[in-house]
Design a protein. Structure first.
Length: 189
């Protein structure tokens, strides 16, 4: 099958990422933003990198406080998750959208309704042309007991959803097709 050059299309590739809700404090209040641009970036200590547009109040909150939360919503939270990305904290107070709790970080609000919550302290910031890339060390992870299997979050129970671009659609995960670091062993000589 022929390959077609689609380099001129911004984000024409399909980076599938877990859709999350970024939490931070802005002006002393909890604020939230839909966040799909994130990745694990270090094993020990565990770190997550997030990319936030410089124009977002959430970027200001992370810069000012040096901490943030990553809240993993389940599929029943698609609409409210999307809403957090549709409206700006410059115009809408999003502090009352969710029931909250806090772990060890006091400017990283955690959403009770999300099955998994991660607290991060910023250890590095890279200023890019349009975004800030924040690297956060994971200092706390909280999960509803009901989504755990053998003490770890179970994807089938968490029911996360992913964001595809450039079509800007949310998707649910399908069937497990294999185990990482197992399936390829047959190729070893």
């Amino acid at each position: 099958m022929a390959k077609i050059d689609i380099s001129d299309e911004t984000f024409a590739f399909v980076p599938i990422t877990t859709q999350t809700i970024l939490g931070t404090h802005v002006g002393g209040r909890a604020n939230f933003m839909a966040l799909g641009w994130l990745t694990r970036c270090n094993h020990k200590p565990p770190m997550i990198a997030i990319s936030v547009n410089k124009g977002h109040q959430s970027a200001d909150g992370v810069l000012q406080n040096g901490e943030f939360s990553i809240n993993v919503p389940s599929t029943d939270m698609v609409a409210i998750t999307d809403y957090t990305g549709l409206v700006s904290a410059k115009k809408v107070d999003k502090s009352e959208l969710f029931a909250l709790f806090y772990g060890g970080l006091k400017a990283a609000p955690l959403i009770k309704g999300c099955p998994v919550n991660v607290e991060c302290r910023v250890v590095e910031m890279v200023e890019l042309p349009t975004n800030y890339l924040f690297v956060g060390e994971v200092v706390g992870v909280h999960a509803e007991e009901s989504v755990l299997t053998d003490g770890i979050p179970d994807v089938e129970k968490v029911k996360p959803f992913v964001l595809s671009m450039p079509d800007n659609r949310f998707w649910v995960l399908g069937d497990c097709v294999g185990r990482a670091w197992q399936e390829g062993k047959g190729f070893k000589k």
